[in-house]
Design a protein around this ligand. Sequence first.
Ligand SMILES: Cc1ncc(C[n+]2csc(CCOP(=O)(O)OP(=O)(O)O)c2C)c(N)n1
Ligand SMILES: [Mg+2]
Length: 804
Amino acid sequence: MSEVQSVPKNLNSPNLSKEAILEDFRIAMISRHASLVGRKEVFMGKAKFGIFGDGKELAQIAMARAFQIGDFRSGYYRDQTFMLAIGELTVQQYFSQLYAHTNVEEEPASAGRLMNGHFATRSINEDGTWKDLTKMYNSAADISPTAAQMPKLLGLAYASKLYRENKGLKDMTKFSVNGNEVAWGTIGNASTSEGMFFETINAAGVMQVPMVISIWDDGYGISVPNEFHTTKGSISEVLEGFGRTDSEKGIEIIRVNGWDYEALLNAYVEAGELARTSHVPVLIHVLEMTQPQGHSTSGSHERYKDKKRLQWEKDWDCISKFREYILSNQIANADTLDKIEAGAKAQVKQEKEAAWSNFSSEIKKELNEVVTLLREAAQHSTRKVIINQIAEELSKTINPIRKDVVMAVRKALLTLRLDSPAVKADLKNWFSKQADLNFDRYNSHLYSQSKWSVLNVEEVPAQFNDTSSFVDGREVLQSYFDLTLEKDPRFFTFGEDVGKIGDVNQAFAGLQAKHGELRVADTGIRECTIIGQGIGTALRGLRPLAEIQYLDYLLYGLQMLSDDVACLNYRTKGGQKVPMIVRTRGHRLEGVWHSGSPMGMILSSLRGMVVCVPRDMTQAAGMYNALLKSDEPAIVIECLNGYRLKERMPVNLGEYTVALGKPEVLREGTEVTIVTYGSMCRIVMEAANDLAEMGIEIEVLDVQTLLPFDVHGIIGESIKKTNRVIFADEDVPGGGSAFMLQQVIEGQEVFKFLDSEPQTLTAKAHRPAYSSDGDYFSKPSVEDVVEKVYAMMSEVNPKKYPAI
Ligand SMILES: Cc1ncc(C[n+]2csc(CCOP(=O)(O)OP(=O)(O)O)c2C)c(N)n1
Ligand SMILES: [Mg+2]
């Protein structure tokens, strides 16, 4: 095996006391036994899946020693030892997560929503207020996609830079002490093959932010060895070009073996200090790690590791080596270490049992309640035998889960369908109470449940007076952003071409010169980590506006939005929030990559975010204002072709807000309701004029936001009046228009009011072709709208409206 050992010299040894070293040994032992026992629990059928941190203990103990209050971790599923060492995870909580305990107190990371090994601290209180993050150890909430912890790591580190350098943030004392906080990332060797890892490394080197990335290198990614993952088989070797030199900024790269306790302590102390004091990014490549139990409970590593490798892993096990180190340095004798191990083992057993007892007793209680109710119902039922049988089977379930109990109730209620209501009343009552509880356990918190939900933001209409001048739409935004930068020190923006030129459409023109480079910043072309920058800074109390230059390029950042942002509130059950805003622009303009409107894609992937689709810049400014009063993550898609169109400058800029979730009636009519948004509003309004000339008055509704969608049922009210509806947008057929149709038809009970088949009007299924003709033959036009409405009217009254 490799003998890389380039631990920085000239370091003072951390000089840990004997007690501290033995405490490290104890934590390592606890963690190891938790892994060993965890795997057994899965094989006994008490949990569905397990992935453990065995073989990676020692480096994590060293990392924990360098990690300080106020710091942040963004890591992955191997980090249990670190979490135990910093005291943010107990063994009992570890097992509660393995069993999927839905109680936040028992399983604070995710309330049973994430599989084991997904760690998080809770940074907000139950009422949505921030905790003092400078007084706690912090961990971002883990996600499963390999390397996806990297983009937000950049943002977590960047927040320290902002807190240190932006003097306007000095009052944000709950979030930073002079930007001294380090963001600590961890990633597996194989996961470094992902693009977002390289994007993060490059951006960190450019931005010089305080992050320490550890690569846990066990030579494999499940079954695939390093030679298939990494050029030269070594990630730190290939990254050497990023290394800082005496004359150039870059990244400090450290290599150290995962079994070498002293070298690890030195490496982490050095890395932490360098990042903390000088804001230099550091990469620690931890080599020669092992995986004693293989990748996860899904398979065994004997399938792909040869005997030699398996033997090597035994010989170089980091805890065995740690034990040797303690013995050879006479820090403790074998007897003492054996006793520590026995104590650790006993503690794991005891906490595991407590976790199981708490988890299973809740469900057993529910089961017993149901068995009793079933037997009572059986007494009076005509289907006595079957109901008693259901009760009997349920009572005999081994390791019951909630599903077993609820399934039995549902089966029984079906069986009792012909019995009198009195027979099943108690059972039904129990079922409905449990439905509420189960909603809270498994379905709540997709959106903010705090008072900062967007639904609670008060609507303040835009006002105009005689002096309101007509200006280019982009100037409305520019004035709004200027005011907001002035007013709210937490607000800042960044993206490609946002800084010096004030974005490609100049809504920030001149604002960098006025407010400084920390508030209005240029970035590299790297959409994924632009989103990551937004996530990390929002997790630390700031209000980032992350700019994605064109909607068609959102795809590069969409994964982070979907996997991380949109589900954060849900997967932590309200334990963390990420109030970032993505600003982008789309819909019709020019060609395949500058006129996309993939709203269906966004709607499917970003449940949990607010999706704003303003038709003009005045409306967009009101949306930004509303979003900044809330704590929910959002995307605002401005109209690419709207920046130079004239709009009236509101007199109450910075005060007015758009009601999010409330469609606006743009034109009243009686014959057909057209529901639309964004650039299509202008097309439909033009069509409305043409139709009016033919005596057909349509009602035009701008939904304003697709998520939340028409929370007051305004569209349904309109349909009750017109009895006909068309959903129109620029997405492909079955995209955003189909979503709107489903929301209204299923959600607003309008079916009985419809006199014509509800319809959609969309762009073609392909991407829009280039040039004005390409647009005309790809996107819905005024003529398309007119003809669609006319055809609808013609079907109803062909005499009055003969077919064209
Ligand atoms: C994007 C993505 N692809 C595939 C997977 C499935 N997967 C889970 S872990 C893993 C291997 C990761 O190996 P490595 O980064 O070396 O970490 P290790 O498990 O060895 O610590 C894979 C392929 C995933 N979680 N995410
Ligand atoms: Mg690996």
